[in-house]
Ligand binder design. Sequence first.
Ligand SMILES: [Zn+2]
Length: 307
Amino acid sequence: MQKDWQDTLHRGDILLIDGGMGTELQKRGVPMNEVVWSGAAVLTDPDIVRAAHEDFILAGANVIITNTFGSTRQMLEPAGYGDKIEVVHRDAVRLACQARDNVAENPVAVAGSISSEPHNFDRDGFLSPDKELAAYREAAGLLADAGVDLIALEMMVDAEHSVRALQAALETELPVWLGVSCRKSEDGRIVSFDHQDIEFSAILDALIPMGPSVVNIMHSEMDAIPEAIEMVQQRWSGPIGVYPESGYFTQPHWKFVDIIQPADLVTEALGWVGAGVRLLGGCCGIGTQHIEALRAAMPDLEAARQN
Ligand SMILES: [Zn+2]
């Protein structure tokens, strides 16, 4: 198992993650599915998936995240891919490992993504609690068996479904990155990215005590992040990461509107690192140029860390 990422964090150094895989695939012409978004892309467009991973590694990512955000049984079965769950996970990990073998000159870890999103992003689309937990266990087990270095939970946006996903991920005994997503509500509170009525603090209180290895504020709105970092720090003394979104989603496509410029992402990241953040990258809308800019700014980011 690749452990350089842990050594980097242990030293207090900065770890660079990739950008948003789903939106990168959309940008490269991979059709997005109405039900599972990019969840089946490894079946239809494996060469593009591998190339996107390679380009993120070449841009400077230390960690790449598999294209399995939309690949749990909860997502794939209603889309007619119920018999493809295993091959989707296995191929997603294989493509990420191939990309690493093809182009990496430095150690690169492969993180297996799992989300708790239901199909069509429809909140009525969750499986029953037992089946839902089984679906996360299935995904986590397949990722672990295929050889990921860690599990990256992504878009944990509530306390109910996310707890099941985190439980399943922890059962693999791999390191687990807890990815929580937030935004600012109209009245200025930090709330779940998907649900104005769920306080971000309630999500943190439910999940952090379960024992992740890293807490990432991911797929979150840029203007919510400084406050979100403080909220995580009130509850967590371990490594904290930030990989934000930019643009917006209109099912099934990302709208690349008002995407933050790479230089502006670097400016924001300097502030996050100064506040204690040690993992940086991007989620939806954030591409290879952003990761390149973060890599190029590493001397400045390291200096910001020491302040
Ligand atoms: Zn995202």
